[in-house]
Design a protein around this ligand. Sequence first.
Ligand SMILES: *Cc1c(COP(=O)(O)O)cnc(C)c1O
Length: 402
Amino acid sequence: MKKHTGTDRSISAKWRPATRAVRAGTMRSEHGETSEALYLTSGYTYDDAQTVADRFAGEAVGMQYSRFQNPTVAMLEERIAMLEGAEACKAQASGMAAMTSALLCMLSSGDHVVAGRAAFGSCRWILNNVLNRFGITHTVVDGRDNAAWEAAVQPNTKVFFFETPANPTLDVVDLEFVCGLAKSKGITTIVDNAFATAALQRPLEFGADVVAYSATKLMDGQGRVLAGAICGSDEWINGTLSPFQRNTGPVLSPFNAWVVMKGLETLDLRAHKQSENALEVGKFVEGRVAKILHPGLPSFEQHNLAMSQMDACGPIFSFVVEGGRDKAFAVLDALELVDISNNIGDAKSLACHPASTTHNNMGPEGRAEMGVEEGMIRINVGLEDPLDVIEDLDQALTRAGL
Ligand SMILES: *Cc1c(COP(=O)(O)O)cnc(C)c1O
C-alpha cells in the first residue's frame, strides 16, 4: 500500500493542524529517510536539453536553480501553506525580506498603503524610507480603530498592512472587519502573523489575502536561524510574488529551511505551552506594575477580540514601569534568569526595552504615536518553569526599587 505523502493535498488537507505541522510537505527521496533531507545544492542536472528547456518554458515542473526552487525549501513552503490554510507559500530569507517582497511585488508609483500604527520598527522604516522614494504613499492608523481604517481609504489605496497582535503594544486588529472592508474595496490585506503564527491564529480564515512572516521567531522557536515566508492564493503567489522573487533573489537557504521545518514539528506544543506560561507570568506582573499590555488578561482592553481571533494568547507581552528608561534598564540589568534580548518566540525567556532597541530608529515622535513608552519592557516567555521566571522578575523589580 502506498504510504501517506505530505505533498498530496488530497491526503494532507484532511489532517488536523498538529499533524500538518509534523508531516505536511514531506517529500521522501528513494532512500526513504525518516527526517526530511537537506538538499544543499544551488543547481540541478538534466538528462537531456529538452527537459530543461521545457522547465524554463514553464511547460514542465521540476527544479531549475535554487533561487527558483529547492526541494528542502519546497517542503517547508508546503508545510507552512498547509498550516495557514493557504493555497501557496514562498519562503523568504528573513521576515523583513518577506515584508519587503510582499509590498514591492505588487505596489507601483502612485499607490497608497494604509498601515497599522503599531508595527515592527523595520516595517515602518520600509514605508517611510523605501516606498516613499518610489512615490508610494501611506497613511498610518490606530489599528484598533475600525473607523480609522475606513476613513483612511483613498481611491488609490492598494494595500492594508498590519500586524496583530502588534509589536510591542500588542494592539489587536479586528481581522474580520478590516479584511472585509478591504475586500469590499478591492484592497489587498497583508497581515504580519509573526507574534501568533498559524498555530494560534490564521488570518486567511478571517478574509486576509496575504500572510507574511518572520519564521525566525516562534516558527524556528529556538533562536537559530533567520527565515521568512509569504502565504496567499496560487494566483497571487505564482503570478505576482514569484516573478519578483526569482529575479530579485531574497530566497531562503536550504539549511535555514531545514532548521525551521524541524521547528514546525514542535510549533503546536511550544506555542500553546508558552502561551500558558505567559499567562501565568502575566498574572504575576499585573499585580506588580502600573500598566500591562497582555492579550490573555481580562484587564486588556481588547482581550475579548484577541481571544476571538486567537486560539491562545501567545508568548509575548509588554509592561510599563514607573520611572521611565532608567527604571526599565534597572529591571533588565537585575534579571538573572531571563536574558536581555530583542528576539522573540524563543524557548528561552527574553526581555527587552523596545524604545532603545526595536523601535529606536523611529525617533521619539514615532514612538509616541505608536504608544512605545520609555518605561516599557517587552517580554517573551519561554519554556522554563514559569515559577522560575516569576521569581526572577520579582527579584528584579524589587532590586530596581519597584
Ligand atoms: C521580527 C519581526 C519581523 C522581522 O523578521 P526578521 O526575521 O527579523 O527579518 C517582522 N515583523 C515582526 C512582527 C517581527 O516580530
